[in-house]
Write a protein of this length. Structure first.
Length: 281
């Protein structure tokens, strides 16, 4: 809903949308009907993005991408995308659902991770449903932006506001993140160790330093098999039946700052036992 509200609020400022081929469905489905030029660039492929922009010179472009991709945990190359956005006078939106509270020195997300936070023509949509452990989304911005949403967004105005306890929980989480900067840096350290271990066991995963760690398979049987084996051992690593295009079948480890070293070892032991019987495909 946040992506829809922001794309609608900005709709007079752009005429074409360019998005990552693996963009989250909440991006894909929320492009205003008045926008007729919608193009996909290859996943994280900044070369193709630039080619598309160069071939649509008469348009006013908007680029939108996940900051951290929901299934693979990859970080979008937002620094390069922003450079290209500046060159072609494009607006840039990052859906930071999986980056808020996780990336950047203060946990502000992908723009902060790349030190482009607060720059011109860059916008973020965020959620309270991941690192903040609550529910609902938000669009942080200057007064001009937030006023134009409050005064102009039909979705914002004509839907029931979030329940106050849910918002209070999200705000309390932001407070915890602000007062404990070590929480997310330790999480990222643990995540990189776990990711390397998963690769070391022989599974395909992605390399980025984020707490979403996919275990990738060529067959759905493999992915489902490992997921249900872990569930029987009391560990929830779901098989991802999720509406984002993927070439592989995967289960997604979502690491939390609260997971202990013992829990991580238990996970790895169980994955190794399963692999010794079933292989990695
Ligand atoms: C990239 C991305 N954007 C948006 C959302 C939607 O957020 P919410 O669950 O808060 O509606 C999700 C996941 O749920 C997501 O992964």
């Amino acid at each position: 809903m946040g992506n829809g509200i922001l794309l609608d609020t900005l709709k007079l400022s752009y005429s074409a949308v360019l998005m990552d081929r693996l963009a989250h469905p909440s991006i894909v489905d929320s492009i205003p009907r008045v926008i007729s030029l919608i193009q996909y660039y290859g996943h994280c492929d900044t070369g193709e993005l630039e080619d598309l922009l160069a071939s649509n010179k008469g348009e006013r472009p908007l680029i939108i991408t996940d900051g951290v991709f929901a299934l693979t945990g990859e970080i979008a190359p937002l620094d390069k995308i922003y450079e290209i956005a500046i060159k072609y006078n494009a607006i840039l939106i990052t859906d930071d659902a999986h980056s808020t509270g996780v990336l950047g020195k203060a946990g502000k997300g992908t723009p902060e991770h790349y030190n482009i936070d607060g720059r011109k023509n860059i916008y973020q949509t965020e959620t309270m449903s991941k690192a903040l452990g609550s529910y609902g989304g938000f669009i942080a911005g200057n007064m001009e932006l937030t006023d134009s949403i409050r005064e102009g967004s039909k979705t914002y105005q004509a839907s029931t506001a979030l329940p106050p306890p849910v918002v209070a929980a999200g705000i309390a989480s932001l407070d915890i993140i602000e007062k404990n900067p070590g929480l997310h840096t330790q999480l990222l350290e643990k995540a990189i160790i776990l990711r390397n271990e998963i690769a070391g066991i022989g599974f395909h995963t992605t390399p980025d330093k984020t707490p979403i760690i996919p275990v990738m398979f060529d067959t759905s049987e493999g992915a489902r098999g490992l997921s249900s084996y872990l569930e029987k051992k009391g560990i929830i690593v779901p098989y991802m039946n999720y509406p984002v295009r993927q070439d592989k079948f995967l289960l997604r480890i979502a690491l939390s700052a609260d997971h202990t070293d013992e829990q991580i070892s238990e996970l790895l032991d169980n994955i190794t036992k399963w692999k010794d019987k079933n292989g990695t495909n």
